[in-house]
Design a protein around this ligand. Sequence first.
Ligand code: C2E
Ligand code: MG
Ligand code: MG
Length: 591
Amino acid sequence: MTVSNERARLDALYQLNLLDTPASESFDRITRMASQLFKLPIAAVSLTDHDRQWFKSRVGIAHDAVTRTKAPCSQVAETTDTLVIPDLLDNAFYRDCPIAQDGIRFYAGAPLVTRDGHGLGALCVLGTEPRNIDPKEIAALNDLAAMVMSQIELQHAFGRIDPLSGLPNPTQFLDDIADLGRDKPGERRLAIMLDLARPEQINNMVRVMGPSHVDDMVRKAAQQLREILPAGRTAYHVAATQFAYLADPDMSDDAYAAMLEGMLKRSRAELTVQLVSTMAVGIAPFMVGETDPRDVLRLTHSAAQDARGSETSVSLYSIKSDGAHRRRFGLLRDFENALAAHDQLRLVYQPRVDLASRACVGAEALLRWQHPTLGDVSPSEFIPIVERSSLARPLTQWVLDHALGQLKNWSRVGLRMPLSVNISAANLEESDFAPSVQLLLLKHGIRPELLELELTESAVMENIGPALDQLNTLYGAGIKLAIDDFGTGYSSLAYLQRLPAQVLKIDQGFIRGVLDGEREMQLVRSMIILSHDLGFHTVAEGVETTELAELLETMGCDEAQGYLFTRPLEPAAFVAWIEDWNAATLAQAVG
Ligand code: C2E
Ligand code: MG
Ligand code: MG
């Protein structure tokens, strides 16, 4: 065999990612069949590496590899011909070969050949007595070898190899972990996950450079990972931008983490590995055969999430943060059901009061979720999770639909006032967001001026171009806009000025501090002045005491919202509250 043929043959073998993979029942079944069919104690699927015969599956052999020197299977791989040696001791070349020295007398091997004609190795049967083989048996051995090849191709081609990276996919990862569980139960191993970049970073890359750039990046990362990993360690492509592999056995958690931290640091300094600046690495120890393979993926994913927040970008799995991740996953999954159920979500309403006249001039609709088993879940917990998912759209549509339905009901009993609804950054990325809001207004027969949409400054800044387009369309349609939680996010005054918003709500964190000291008071005073200078109507959030309300009034703040007036109320309680409130303010004005 020429050197270049041998190189091509080895390339074909390596690409299949078969060497040093755990035993697998689909191959073992064929080997057992061969052994039974020939009534011989030894059978194997033997792959010819550059210096060894490695057994993907074996019956009656103690080792997982033997030397390639004078191995009959190596001849089968090189010639791609079936080889039968009735008695090794009668064969001048193989008489002193290692298996003959181990007492083997009979050998028959059928070639494992790829579609491109590369011999990978042999399906072989061996016996300790000399033996003859008839043509029917040779045909059977070749059939079994063809079955092994089908299995190899099946594993490689169908649903097990990611077409982009050429690496085995999560299905293969799960199967290999399960196979390892049968092979080495009770062993403690480390699973590693490399997360190339955060979803937002990927989105930005797609937007700026196009999707093919991200594909290239993933392909390159896969290639680099293949090069970095020691021979025999398989890398898996487990999610769009995530790879996983198992560390060598006997690695200590801390030593391995330190090694990876060092490697990342060096690569960052030398910029040798693309993407190293956005990469996060999670490490999770697990017990082979005991930890469910799906949990292995989940644990490494959880650790990689933690790594995003850590200084070194490498993190070991922690039970505590995994509990939090699990709750987040659970909430997201259950929220989808909540949207479809009729008894889990509801809106409550909190009034907004004009500080000078003390009249109730509007209300904010706030979402409440009663989870079937967890009970009340706070919007501060579930909204940030849901609004970063594909459920951001149905969430806002649900809230708008119900809030506008409530406005309609109130207008029937003579209660007419503007209602504010919170929307998310992701909504502004929906190309049809503005028309969908208009459609809902039409459905409920509500005038656009009665609807105000609240969004945080960060929500606008995240995606300024498309966001401005959507906001301008909404503004053009007569819908009011408010900037929520002002002061908590990043915003540029230049952009604030360009926003078609009329209302600015100062975050309760600042309002609460007003009575704490001169500096805090000065800060809020400046915010009110700035807000007015930019032409906004100013609302203070989280006003809990009369003293604070009076102080804010003297500072020129227009409106306030907070527990001082009332906590958010159920619709019926809101109507009762507003009747009492109006009666009291009227009495005060008259008296
Ligand atoms: P937000 O829009 O700033 O709403 C004001 C929050 O402050 C509400 O919390 C309200 O109950 C609370 N609050 C009002 N007055 C006081 C007060 O005097 N003291 C204190 N300590 N708190 C006060 P809630 O209802 O828990 O909502 C939290 C956040 O969740 C909201 O902040 C908003 O960002 C989000 N959220 C609520 N409902 C929705 C919704 O339907 N859609 C979206 N996208 N977000 C929502
Ligand atoms: Mg709000
Ligand atoms: Mg707010």
